[in-house]
Design a protein. Structure first.
Length: 540
């Protein structure tokens, strides 16, 4: 955008919708956006010159028409009947008022629907109204709609003072938005719930603040979520609130800055978790992943075993699917073979709506295992479906890790163009989200993809950056991948490799991740690698 900043995917989509694809207006709106865009606010900022133009046109219309336009602007899908109900007039009276707006070129009437001539007119019309008029309108609209999120939004915009009843409706609507795949909207609703929580309800306010940060995190707004949680810790919460804050902050640091710092937070949270088996199981799973990423597979095994012991009595709602998958993965890394029955059980129990990070999702772990086993079609299928689901749900924080894994599988499959596309998508997403560990994953497997395609310079540059970044964030696997790609491309012992040398997947895994179970499948892996190599040569 030539603005020196990046925006989360949902914000970019809102800009496109608000400007109807007009690049000039898109740049003007993007330039005027604050650092933290509130996804729940009715509108994005409008360029000042356009706002003045529309306000001049609206000001010249009769009062009933201005009132009808405001009602139409305040709802996502206005109709003549809805406008009539909002302004408390008959349908024919509302129609007359709207026809005058249509004659002025501000709206179009399409049978029962009211459509603004340009999306930016909506925001400009809304900006013309006084705050008191907007509040009265939203209070009326809250009575007319039965949809939970829409009603909660109108209640919030109508409120003048904190109200626990409204805050509770907003918190319920936030979780509803999260479950339908709108984490940004969920974060905004949860934050509005916090703002409308009465001052004497401190625990409710903190809980809603933490929930808003969790929604922000999964929506790709890592920096904002981290700032919110660090502010919560300064308020010295105790008990489950502190444990939850530390656990979530650890998950964010996993993605944003440092595995070492994240591990410290998880260990502190584990000490405070007490007898909460569900929370303890989740933390143990994260510690298993951290240990594995640091090269301590034996340590990962201890945490994975504890997680499964804690989750088994709780069932699917307590994280059993994730604990099963993590257990299978770590056992495989320890050379104990693939427990087919256990990973299939994890997939059957997996809840796609459960809010967990990508690295412990049963689908992603199953995709990894199928890759290691050489069942490439199934690996790509599982990971591809997971990508579509995550894209639909706006879970930006999960994308770089998943896309890197999918690109890895596609490389091995010989689908080099698809792998290259996933690598670029992963790097772009890591840039938007702003996480060093995420960029490290993306760089490492982008180096693998480039090496597979024989792009020696690109592979070398990305492997070197991955290795350097991995050292800073404490990602052992990233160091190993970077070093091995460079060694294989440039030769061992100072001897240069063949300039058209390609890299096999087994050649880039650190030694600690090539256990006896991998050697047990050596023949199958070699057969698939040879097949991929032939595809590479044809591509070249």
């Amino acid at each position: 955008m030539r603005l020196g900043r990046s925006f989360p995917r949902p914000t970019l989509l809102r800009i496109e919708q608000a400007t109807a694809g007009n690049p000039f207006f898109a740049l003007e709106i993007a330039r005027s956006l604050p650092e933290a865009v509130d996804p729940g606010s009715p509108f994005l900022p409008v360029p000042e010159d356009l706002a003045q133009l529309v306000q001049t046109r609206v000001a010249g219309l009769p009062a009933p028409t201005r009132k009808a336009l405001l009602a139409a602007a305040a709802v996502p899908s206005p109709t003549v009947d809805l406008v009539a109900g909002a302004v408390e007039r008959t349908r024919s009276q509302a129609l007359v008022a709207l026809e005058r707006a249509a004659n002025a070129g501000i709206v179009r009437l399409d049978r029962f629907a009211v459509r603004f001539s340009h999306p930016l007119f909506v925001a400009a019309v809304y900006a013309c109204a006084s705050p008191a008029d907007r509040r009265r309108l939203h209070a009326r609209l809250a009575q007319l709609t039965g949809e939970l999120e829409e009603r909660a939004r109108h209640l919030a915009l109508a409120a003048e003072t904190p109200d626990e009843a409204i805050a509770a409706v907003l918190a319920e609507a936030a979780e509803h938005a999260r479950r339908r795949g709108a984490p940004d909207t969920a974060a905004s609703l949860a934050d509005q719930a916090r703002l409308l929580t009465p001052p004497d309800q401190t625990e409710h306010a903190l809980r809603r603040t933490i929930q808003a940060a969790e929604y922000q995190f999964h929506g790709g707004r890592l920096r904002q979520a981290r700032q919110v949680l660090e502010a919560v810790l300064e308020q010295a919460p105790v008990g489950s609130l502190r444990t939850q804050t530390l656990r979530l902050l650890g998950e964010i640091l996993f993605h944003q800055s440092s595995f070492r710092e994240a591990t410290g937070l998880f260990e502190e949270a584990l000490e405070l978790a007490g007898n909460d088996c569900e929370v303890r199981a989740m933390i143990e799973m994260h510690l298993a992943f951290a240990a594995n990423a640091a090269g301590d597979v034996a340590g990962a095994g201890v945490h994975a075993r504890r997680a499964l012991e804690l989750a088994e009595p709780l069932g699917a709602e307590g994280g059993l699917a994730e604990a099963l998958a993590v257990s299978v993965m770590v056992d495989y890394m320890l050379g104990r073979g693939l427990d087919e029955a256990k990973i299939e059980r994890a997939l059957e129990l997996e809840d796609p709506d459960r809010q967990v990070t990508a690295e412990i999702r049963p689908s992603l772990i199953a995709g990894f295992l199928m890759l290691y086993e050489g069942r490439l079609a199934r690996s790509v299928g599982i990971l591809g479906r997971l990508r579509e689901r995550i894209l639909e749900r706006g879970q930006e924080s999960d994308l770089p890790f998943l896309l890197s894994t999918l690109a890895w599988a596609q490389c091995w499959q010989g689908s080099l163009q698809a792998a290259a596309a996933r690598c670029e998508e992963s790097l772009e997403c890591a840039e938007r989200v702003g996480g060093a560990p995420l960029r490290c994953w993306s760089l490492g497997f982008s180096a693998v993809a480039a090496a597979y395609a024989g792009e020696r310079d690109r592979a070398t540059a990305r492997a070197e950056e991955c290795r350097e970044l991995a050292g800073r964030v404490g990602l052992h696997i990233g160091i190993g991948v970077g070093e091995r790609v460079k060694q294989r491309l440039h030769g061992d012992g100072g001897r240069p490799a063949h300039p058209r040398r390609t890299v096999g997947i087994r050649e880039v895994l650190p030694a600690c991740h090539q256990g006896s179970s991998r050697r047990h499948h050596h023949r199958r892996l070699e057969r698939d690698r040879i097949s991929a190599y032939r595809d590479v040569r044809q591509h070249q």
